[in-house]
Write a protein that binds this ligand. Sequence first.
Ligand code: FAD
Ligand code: PYC
Length: 412
Amino acid sequence: MPWRLLRFALSSKHPEPRMFTRHDTLKPTYDVVIIGAGGHGLAAAYYLARDHGITNICVLEKGYLGGGNTGRNTTIIRSNYLTPEGVKFYDESVRLWQDLSQDFDLNLFYSNRGHFTLAHTDAAMRTSRWRAEVNKHYGIESEVVGPEFVKKTAPMIDLACGGAPILGGLYHAPGAVARHDTVAWGYGRGADLRGVEIHQRTEVTGIDVVGGKVVGVQTSKGRIATTKVLCAVAGSTPRILKMIDVRSPLYIHPLQAMVSEPIKPWLDTILVSGSLHIYISQSSRGELVMGASLDPYEVQSTRSTLDFPEGLAAHMLDMFPFLSNVKVMRQWAGMADMTPDFAPIMGKTPVEGFYLDAGWGTWGFKATPVCGKTMSWTVANDRNHELITGFTLDRFRDYALTGEKGAASVGH
Ligand code: FAD
Ligand code: PYC
């Protein structure tokens, strides 16, 4: 048997196509250079090629494809935001998610679960009502529910919650999860098939700007001439902005998560408690995917700590005491690029030809498709797409913030 397998593996009769083309050298010039092969950079490359016919693009990635926050998040998809700008934007994303597996011919394991934001205080109930009203106004399915509905949907929950009883919360039926790394692979393969070059292990070390315009990019593998650069590097954004001397109010905090060993399916839905600072869902493999709020210090690091599983597990057991013997299998961290108003920073910048897709903090996975769509449009037309006008960098200069903190899911 091993011999037959080996013969098959060494035969050239049924070659397994590689997921991506390997490019050993950079061309001297590209129409568009995208920094960061996370979901956002790859989605923008995909839609630039597919919808705008721009294919002379390279995506530069200092590590490996999807190895940043895209491969580290807890995959929650929802549109139950607080501001009209946010609700419309994320709603469009949820719409785009529906067809992606088909588009890519790749199963993203998109799974509609319903999403609870649990309220343990009167103030949290009030925010739930506020969000439900804004959501309904824009046609989004969200409603305020009582503790009975929570118990019916998640029967294993202890509503007393260790002294912080659940009063009810916001229920958002479209809430979903998907397999995060396949999203990067799907967009990457789709872009690659259309002629986009993806260069992994290629770090951007400088941006050449002359007369306020982008003219080139310095990389660990040489210089590239270009007039358009899209920066989609999440937690590394301040480092890139320094290269073009542009200031932003971004601050970077680690965000950690962990998964348990796989257990029998018992949790169908997604539960978030802003007061306990925890959230949980069960993956299709049976693992419990769990997270909490940001680490309370600014640092650009993906190191995880022992404090984190200890604190998270204590609150998780308040909610689900029966989990006390379940083992934690692994934990990790990503670098969350936070903004003061918990909304992203998107679009044109003071440097001509330099476009920014950042400020995705703890909430950017769900936005991957709509970011790709709107940023590719913005780059192709050199004009901010109408869906991102509430998210531009100059809102901080103009004191016109887009306050999304109440919908940020995990408490901060
Ligand atoms: P990334 O995936 O981080 O990609 C950026 C890439 O840029 C990286 O691969 C990096 O290596 C590369 N790069 C950086 N500097 C350079 C350089 N100089 N040259 C070349 N390449 C460079 N969001 C949700 O919507 N739902 C969730 O449930 C959720 N949970 C989360 C849980 C955790 C633990 C974390 C950390 C985040 C979570 N998020 C969630 C947020 C979400 O993961 C991010 O907002 C999103 O993945 C950002 O995608 P991106 O493509 O912009 O960035
Ligand atoms: O944006 O829904 C979200 C989320 C949950 C956990 C981290 N981010």
